[in-house]
Design a protein. Sequence first.
Length: 361
Amino acid sequence: GIRDSVASRGLGDVYKRQARLRRVDVEEDAGVTFAEEQSNIVSIDALQQSGVSATDIKKLRDAGFVTVRQLLMFPRKAIIAVKGFSDAKADKVLEGAVKLLPESEAGGFVTAAEDAERRKDVVHITSGAAAVDAILGGGFESRAITEIYGEWRCGKTQLCHTIAVTTQMPVEMGGGCAKVAWIDTENTFRGDRLVQIANRFGLDADAVLSNVMVARVDTVDQMMHALIAIGAKMAEEPFKLLVVDSIMAIFRVDYVARGELSERQQTLNQFLSRLRKIAEEFNVAVVLTNQVQSDPGGMAFAGVEPKKAIGGHVLAHASTIRLMVRKGRAEARVLKVLQGPTLKEDEAEFQITEGGVTGME
């Protein structure tokens, strides 16, 4: 886990003296890492080598395809659905995409050793609380979708604000040395909180604000468009965190009637699929907050009404890591690991201060 000193003000001051974070420093400091990751990203412009016209490439880009790998991540019918694309054109595009990528990137088999080597670039972003980082294996993991659910006012959004700042710190300090994208569905994002948290870590507040991109959305369609837009940005600039706060709020509004439940879940599944592909291709930590509802079939304990996350099995299966947050004694909050490929079921306490999430002093 990340040591207590990572979240301390003292180490933040050291970082401020040594790194002197400015508006462009994230790009400068992350240059080598981003260049290495970008070298594995093939732009769809390369399809011209296979005889695909510039006009058709522009149509694909407008539809949200910015890299060759993305073309192979989606079903063939998604390409045919692009305006002006026939079956023959889709086949030509897919054939060209396969030729441009190594077999391992085009759905071929690799050895477990090769897969382990590929995952060496996974980073863990500190939450600001050593105890929480410890049960998360070092922090919030890139190439993964982490869902945080719990009742209102239990600290979900505060956790997201904290990691939106720590993501910008150097990797050796528990950061990702990269930018942050935030899709806000409930008008809960606050730049003022980022300034307070940046001050705690000794970071330049103006630089921190400049390195966070926010999209406030009101409909499911806007959410999807925001995801397409940020995917294009990630192909050009270093990002290590994408926050969706919260994932189900708008789905609950746009799909109300019981008869729309099936359509809602299908659309949610498509959105989550695109999130997974972004996390994997750009080595980004995707963090979703989620709401809860009463669970009539749950077992009440100590007078506490049982709650369960909304979104059903679709969201549960799409989440790589699933965390539950609840209120503890006094000012304490409790984060519990419910699901994770390499994480055991465990819990840790944290508190929310002016400087963001910290351990229990």
